[in-house]
Design a binder for this molecule. Structure first.
Ligand code: NAD
Ligand code: DAU
Length: 355
């Protein structure tokens, strides 16, 4: 079986669903269920014995060790993290606790277990660490996209803690020989995306008749990848990646935030027109994010050439699927927009001054 951390969050849940749609190999899904974790994401697996869920914190080294020895996973795929940049600006402590200390505790438990293995089981074991392109910092308009050899230059508390975790993972290979793999991916979008992030926030705000808050001039650039393409890349790296290597994952799909918001409004105008006007009328420019990275772009040639992976969705097809999913899943959105979500929105947006 494989052991997944963070499998009730956005990418982790998509990964578990995708994994079990393609293979009968069971998944042990370990997640603390913070505000971002939601077992409703996995409702379709309710009676599926291939999915075992355990609620727990990756800082709990003793529980992790016990689970590893009980279930004997052949691989660990590590998604669990605090993942939202804006939250890391308002409250960085949780990011250090989970992303740095938690990854360390998980690595230690994995090392204890891996060192107890022998022969083929030991050499075939993998620890796959899911990371982000944000560790590389920001790009100028004419800079080459991030390659795997780009020096780390994280700019937010979120990216700094992810960078620290990447370094720990690297050290466990270099020092102990643990067979680790690291992936650094660009911005994901798709079903089950928590509506604090740009794309689901814009879809849900537009439909609720609320403002569409664009930070600063909205000309920051992100490189968007449909979530199931990220999942297929992780599967490929797990299957064929070389231990100790890192792989950048991206969609060759750079877009300004404003252009993403305009496209979303146009899709909504088409699929669920307002009585009058366009959803674009709801766009409002607000104060910029402090330390906002201007541009991310991924050079994905290594994973393409060495592992033969390429994305299947274009931005057009992926965004259409995403908007259609949110239109068809109002009850999911209502459930996640709970008390905690409302508090976050009040803190992050209601106190904003107009730019
Ligand atoms: P998410 O915030 O949607 O989900 C994170 C999950 O981790 C949640 O289910 C949460 O309950 C769980 N979790 C948090 N703290 C935990 C702890 N201490 N112990 C156990 N579980 C804990 O995040 P996501 O967007 O799905 O991102 C998943 C991973 O992918 C993260 O490591 C993130 O850095 C990375 N990543 C995300 C993106 C993106 O665009 N979302 C892009 C590249 C990389
Ligand atoms: O690049 C990968 C990263 O992408 C992941 O590692 C992170 O976990 C993930 O959250 C994401 O980080 P971003 O900061 O790029 O994503 P977010 O959706 O928060 O913002 C995307 C862009 O949109 C960014 O430039 C900020 C802007 N934005 C965001 C929000 C929430 C707005 O203009 N208004 C908003 O209200």
């Amino acid at each position: 079986m494989i052991f997944v951390t963070g499998g009730a969050g956005f990418i982790g849940a998509n990964f578990v669903l995708d994994w079990l749609a393609q293979s009968d190999e069971p998944v042990l899904n370990y997640d603390k269920l913070t505000y971002a974790g939601n077992l409703n994401n996995l409702a379709s697996l309710k009676n599926d014995s291939r999915h075992v869920f355990v609620q727990g914190d990756i800082n709990d080294n003793a529980q992790l060790c016990a689970l590893f020895f009980e279930y004997q996973p052949r691989a660990i795929v590590h998604f669990a993290a605090e993942s939202h940049v804006d939250r890391s600006i308002l409250g960085p402590a949780a990011f250090v606790t989970t992303n740095v200390n938690g990854t360390f505790a998980l690595l230690e438990a994995a090392r204890t277990y891996w060192q107890s293995l022998e022969g083929d089981e030991k050499s075939a074991f993998r620890f796959l660490h899911v990371s982000t392109d944000e560790v590389y910092g920001t790009l100028g308009a004419d800079d080459a996209p991030f390659s795997e050899t780009k020096a780390y230059a994280p700019n937010s508390p979120y990216s700094a803690t992810k960078a620290a975790s990447d370094h720990l993972v690297r050290a466990y290979h270099h020092t102990y020989g643990m067979p680790v793999l690291t992936t650094n991916c660009s911005n994901n979008y798709g079903p089950y995306h928590f509506p604090e992030k740009l794309i689901p926030l814009m879809i849900t705000n537009a439909r609720a008749g609320k403002e569409l808050p664009v930070y600063g001039d909205g000309l920051q650039v992100r490189d968007w990848l449909y979530v199931t393409d990220h999942c297929s890349a992780i599967r490929r790296v797990l299957e064929s990646g070389k231990p100790g290597e890192t792989y950048n994952i991206g969609g060759w799909n750079e877009q300004t935030n404003l252009s993403v918001v305009h496209t979303l409004c146009e899709l909504l105008d088409e699929l669920q027109a307002k009585p009058e006007g366009s959803y674009k009328d709801q766009i409002r420019h607000i104060t910029d994010r402090p330390g906002h990275d201007r541009r991310y772009a991924i050079d994905a040639r290594k994973i393409e050439k060495e592992l033969g992976w390429t994305p299947q969705e274009t931005f057009e097809t992926g965004l259409k699927k995403t908007v259609a999913w949110y239109l068809a899943n109002d009850s999911w959105t209502k459930q996640v927009q709970s008390g905690e979500y409302l508090q976050w929105v009040a803190l992050q947006y209601n106190e904003e001054e107009q730019a």
